[in-house]
Design a protein around this ligand. Sequence first.
Ligand code: SF4
Length: 469
Amino acid sequence: MSISTDHSQADPNAHNGEQNDMPNLGQRPGRKVFIETYGCQMNMADTELMGGILGTSGYTAAPNHDEADVILINTCAVRERAEERVFGRLSHLLKYKHARPEVILGVTGCMAERLRETLTDRAPYVDLVIGPDAYRRLPQLLEECQEVDADPVVDVKLDREETYRGLVPKREPGIKGWVTVQRGCDKFCTFCIVPFVRGRERGVAPDEILRQCQSLADAGYKEVTLLGQTVNSYRHPETETDFADLLEKVVEVDGLERIRFTSPYPTDFTPKLIATMARHDKICNYLHLPLQSGSDEMLESMKRLYTTGEFLTLVDDIRGAIPDIAMSTDIIVGFPGETEEHYQKTVELLERIRFDFAFLFKYSERDGTYAARKLPDTLDEKTKKARLSALIETQEAISAEIFATKVGQTVRVMVEGESRRSADDLCGKTDDFKTAVFPKPENTILNPGDFADIIVEETTSHTLLGRAL
Ligand code: SF4
């Protein structure tokens, strides 16, 4: 299987001996597949899942598009721009179908779920459109595409039960992996398409999660990120396991050195979870906690389930229990109805909380959401852009100040590889998710997955620069 993603980690041997729970249909020994991935880590994890499913049906890796019998584009629907990019990519990939008409071109994931049959109105040469809950049926659906004069095959049924239990993702060799612990979302924020394209919240069984974590560790991975749309609302009623219980179990997995999770939802934080995070060194001192706005009015309009006061209390509680924790957040500026006063409250809250970094976005309407139907996007682009730029400037200054406090400190870094800027330097991440760059030590060879103590000598707003001790 060839899996093209932002990250590359496959371990063809990681799951030897394990069986996918797949019916013996759609066996295609020798057929080659190439999967391109867009969007979030959840999509990347789904690509690995599809890789495993197809591998069990006899599909093998295509090193590139030219040699692929099946090309799948695993898509994101969160922003319109992401979908436009995929349409552009599809028209580019049409050349492979022109060269070899038997090539199957498929679109999977959130954009497939959102657009359904209408996707083929704009890209009639697409053979397969399947949503995030149909991957188990992928081999059979590809068989249906083989039929002479077949219409495009569309399977976008959302399934309240599907957690892909028993299936084994195909992972590249690596040091950092992810395990999906929860699928779907029940929150229905008014700006967000996710609950409509990924369905309702479902927790993966703890034994399944632990099996996958152990499998990663056995394959040499050092770090796992547990994934869920609102990961800390995780629950598995049959075993009465909540997210704190799950973390307690993952901490016990032999061989894993670092555990991260993303993204938690503020109101799903419990004192028990905070205490669990504080208790275990393996759980990284970093938290991505999406705020979205510093205005209570905007939060209500977004249907976020907390006030700014409650968010602040939570931040204080977490910092009280884990004083050196680093935090990041997501903010949307220019949400419908956002006045200058609302916006200023966001600026003030960012200055008050002082996140280590932040992902800042300007609102754009998403078809199919409550906001697109009921909350007219009246704010002009110029104002939105100006607010975003000013907020970025504010956050950059805060990040630079926080990073600068690290000068003179020794930080432990997990090496990820050579720095992109220089083959003489290595880069890696600290426990609190800061990127560190340092020259390769002269007398020691450090490989990806090795840990190094770095004395920080300089910083930017995003990077620690130093040398290995
Ligand atoms: S919590 Fe809100 S923003 Fe996050 S996935 Fe669910 S609906 Fe979307």
